[in-house]
Write a protein that binds this ligand. Sequence first.
Ligand code: ATP
Length: 568
Amino acid sequence: MKTLQAWAFQYRTVLFILFLLTGVLAAAIIVQSYAIVQVVDGVFVQDVSFEEISFFLVILVGALLIRSVVNYSNARLGLHLSLTVRKSIRNDLLSKWTKQPVSEKGRNQTGEKLTTLIDYVDQLDPYFREYVPQVIKTTIVPLAILISVFIVNPNSGWIMLITAPFIPISYILVGLKTQQKSDRQLAELSFFSGKFLDILQGLQTLKLFGRGKEQATVLKETNAGFQKTTLSILKIAFASSFFIELIITLGIGLLALEIGFQMLVFETLAFAPAFFVLAIAPEYYNSLKELGAAFHTGRGSLAAAEKLKEELDAKEKSVKWGSSPLRYPVRLDLNQATYSYGGEFTLQIDALEALPNERLVIIGPSGQGKTTLLGVLAGLYDPLTGAIVVNGKERNTVDESSWWDQTTYISQHPYLFSGTIRENIEMGTVSSDDELKHAIEASGLTELISTLPQGWSTAVGEGGRGLSGGEKQRIALARSFLKKPALVFYDEPTIGLDVKTERILSQSMESLSETATVITVAHRLPTIRKADKIAVLEDGRLVAFGPPEHVIRENAYAASLLEGGDDV
Ligand SMILES: Nc1ncnc2c1ncn2[C@@H]1O[C@H](COP(=O)(O)OP(=O)(O)OP(=O)(O)O)[C@@H](O)[C@H]1O
């Protein structure tokens, strides 16, 4: 529970107020029992007039009111604590994930991330909303009651003191027994969520392959496992509740027996103290029992807290940045740079340069490291050894936001958000209609947009649903024209684009290169032929570099790639 405690201790003021209010609650409970005893003793034993007990009736009502107000305030404080902690953890998770280097983004399934952000964080709620206020209550209230009982009748005090530990002991035993199960329950929930979202996202593919039914069975089995673990935890919880009720009944029964003996057999105890003990004893046992119940629910937060801490503390390779602004025009150099994902593949480039406003094209067969090299040059990954030099200075001295402000990276599958085409092109910036028109024209979207009833205000679905691959690429290009970057990184799609889109993309790259250094991973001969320089990759190494004609002349491998006549 150390993690949870540390999170709670960040909000000491709330804890302090909870302590103060609970002190008031303990006093109100004792005063309430005292007032009840005085009223009952006055009416039934002393036979006094109503006026004489009216003072205690007022005290009784006051104590009841105070108890209600304090209980309400404590519940609100618990809720406030829970909301604050959960909000802060969600913020931490989101800021960690948004800062994650691209190489780490695919580490978990999206479903798993959603479970972490929503379900795991929500599972912390019982700890902060119920358990923390209850621990404070159980620290103060039973102690105060015990002291008052010891003052009134020490024998009853001893009985209460001796029977009390059985309640927390039984909860601890149950907690130990359910620990493994609740860890397993959480792992099963996370697995189930990941699987569910995965299947949902790939539903179309699964249907096309006729695997829908099998997946339904897989989901059913995963769900059944989760249900079984949940039920076995509940079974233990119910059994322990029964045992605890038994302890409380026995405890109070023992007290009544002892009081009865003292009053009737030994005649050493008057009615008022005896009644006080019996009136206040249920409050004593109940607050211990409530701690147990809260402990159960709070215990459920433990596994989620460990998972969240693990995620928040996970160390990952981050890209280093500096503080110098990126200046136009941009020259990029790669010196003795290597990069690896940790597997067998290693990118190893001894020397590579992209001069200001030059068009550098990277080519090579599939899986040779072209996208990886583009990612290293674009600052998505830090090279493991060697350096990327930007205008004569190491890339890690450049300010990150200045870099991304002047860079465009168009991946093979650009992501489009659910929103209008305009919003997708502007990406949060504000542009005039003329600027937008120019970007749309330059990226060859004019015709498409003119056919849409709502033009650029037409909504597209999440991930660009409703648009073709080529159209998505052109929208990504339009983003670049609006942004006017100094550096363009473009991963040409390997999937076949129509001739028209190909021509538009090629022209667009040409016009972008008038004001930017353009580095493209290319598969199409027209793109390759128009390059100022081409870099040929084979097995992660640069095997040829220079102007296209020169490379074709000098390097047989490149010549075979280019002169085969097909796209590579
Ligand atoms: N995130 C990753 N984690 C682990 N290995 C990866 C990752 N991305 C790529 N690889 C591996 O690195 C190697 C180079 O991949 P890369 O995508 O750079 O090749 P490519 O030349 O761009 O291929 P393609 O033309 O098919 O896109 C491949 O063996 C690939 O399996």
